[in-house]
Ligand binder design. Structure first.
Ligand SMILES: [Zn+2]
Ligand SMILES: [Zn+2]
Length: 442
């Protein structure tokens, strides 16, 4: 017994070293010789073999240890679980294995009161973030806590994972968190900079993509933190000029993703990608005008995409609202079709007043029936139409525009909104006039 104790420390040291470098044979040998090693921790930091294996992404060791029915939620001195460390270091296979073994996603460390979701968001490991979110759907957490509450779980400073991803410049994580119910209006608390939204922290971090994502989800540009600062003032203070231009309350409001609409929240993934792309294109077009004249320019892939599509468009079904883009979205149940840009313009509303939450529900611009669902136009439809010659296409266009003018009252309103899709082209003068680009407003 005495002998075992005396060599325990050194054995443990050898084991941890072997785990770190992935020396599976040695790990196996040591654990077979003394199975109790899996439960031992270092004296001061209370680090276990599972912590080491998770940190270094040694999935075989993680499996080996979990097979011995070790508690997956063993904590170190900072109450960090192996799952937190795997999420911190982006070791996705270990994250998945630990989740599979029933690791608790709702443990809080003693450093800042953060969960594994905070770790994944802070360090920007999108795959880990997604794995934890999908585990949250099925784990006991969603029953006891509720999924939405978990997505918006707060640390000791009131920061949600969305706050951290925005601060640390991880737009892809910001996007996924927003898509999963992350609140753009969540406020930090505590002593350090209370009352800040994720947009305040994105302004601090200086990532244009994060700012763009948050604005597209309706983040409020005029919300003040406890010190009275709006995100614009923070971006200026830290010299993030491009972010400041977008955050300037006097610059044009971006289009906002129409998440409150029922058929938008029920979009299938394909249609969602199309519409999200159209939203980003439209907002980037606006940004061009906002950033024009500043030293910041935004590369816009949308412009070249549009050019590439010109030849295809003439061969296929054109959108009858803008006569510019291909019909990609179909309204159900009526079956009328339009392009993603026009669909979005129909559903999106500018945010003239952030306090008004009422939104009029859009109807199909062609027949005024209620929109039950939006789906992507089937490919075979486009392909079969590709055979038609230009004369018949022109005829159809004329016929359709005639039909539309007959339904004038409903269409007039829509075509005004429809011009959003090309706001950068025709309306650029007006937008530019709306902007006081670098006026120093608090
Ligand atoms: Zn269109
Ligand atoms: Zn219709």
């Amino acid at each position: 017994m005495g002998q075992k104790l005396s060599c325990g420390a050194s054995l443990e040291h050898v084991l941890f070293k072997a785990i770190q470098v992935g020396d599976i044979e040695t790990v196996k040998f040591l654990l077979e010789r003394d199975p109790s090693l899996v439960d031992q921790t270092t004296v001061y930091d209370r680090i276990s073999a599972l912590h080491i294996a998770s940190t270094y992404g040694q999935i075989e060791v993680v499996e080996m240890i979990l097979d011995q029915l070790v508690n997956p939620d063993i904590v170190n001195r900072h109450r960090q679980t192996p799952l937190m460390l795997a999420a911190m270091h982006g070791k996705i296979s270990c994250v998945e294995k630990l989740l599979e073994a029933g690791a608790n996603i709702l443990m809080f460390d003693s450093v800042s009161g953060r969960t594994c979701l905070h770790y994944a968001a802070y360090y920007g490991h999108l795959d880990c973030l997604q794995a934890i979110l999908s585990a949250a759907h099925s784990s006991p957490v969603s029953i006891s806590w509720g999924f939405a509450r978990f997505v918006n779980v707060r640390d000791d400073n009131g920061a949600t994972p969305l706050h951290l991803a925005a601060r640390q410049r991880h737009p892809d994580c910001v996007h996924i968190l927003l898509n999963n119910g992350g609140l753009v209006c969540a406020l930090t608390s505590g002593n350090r900079c209370p009352g800040r939204t994720p947009l305040h922290l994105a302004a601090r971090g200086g990532s244009l993509d994060c700012v763009r994502e948050l604005l597209a989800w309706g983040a409020d540009r005029i919300k003040r933190d406890a010190a009275g600062r709006i995100p614009y003032a923070i971006a200026l203070k830290y010299k993030h000029g491009a972010c400041a231009a977008l955050l300037n309350p006097s610059s044009a409001e971006p289009l906002v993703w129409p998440s409150p609409l029922k058929f938008i929240s029920e979009l299938n993934p394909e249609a969602k990608v199309l519409l999200e792309g159209a939203l980003m294109d439209a907002n980037k077009e606006r940004e061009k005008n906002i950033l024009k004249g500043t030293s910041y320019s935004v590369s816009s892939p949308s412009a070249s995409d549009t050019d590439d599509n010109v030849s295809e468009i003439s061969d296929s079904e054109l959108c009858c609202i803008c006569f510019d883009q291909v019909c990609t979205i179909e309204v159900q149940d009526c079956g009328h079709q339009m392009c993603a840009h026009c669909t979005l313009a129909l559903c999106c509303h500018n945010k003239p007043n952030p306090t008004s939450t009422s939104q009029s529900i859009p109807v199909c611009p062609f027949c005024r029936s209620n929109i039950a669902k939006l789906v992507v136009v089937k490919n075979n439809k486009i392909e079969s139409d590709a055979d038609i010659d230009m004369d018949s296409l022109k005829l159809r266009k004329q016929r359709k525009s005639l039909n539309l003018s007959e339904e004038s009252s409903s269409f007039r309103g829509i075509s005004a909104i429809g011009s959003f899709g090309r706001i950068g082209g025709r309306n650029s003068g007006r937008i530019a006039a709306d902007n006081n680009l670098v006026v120093d407003k608090p």
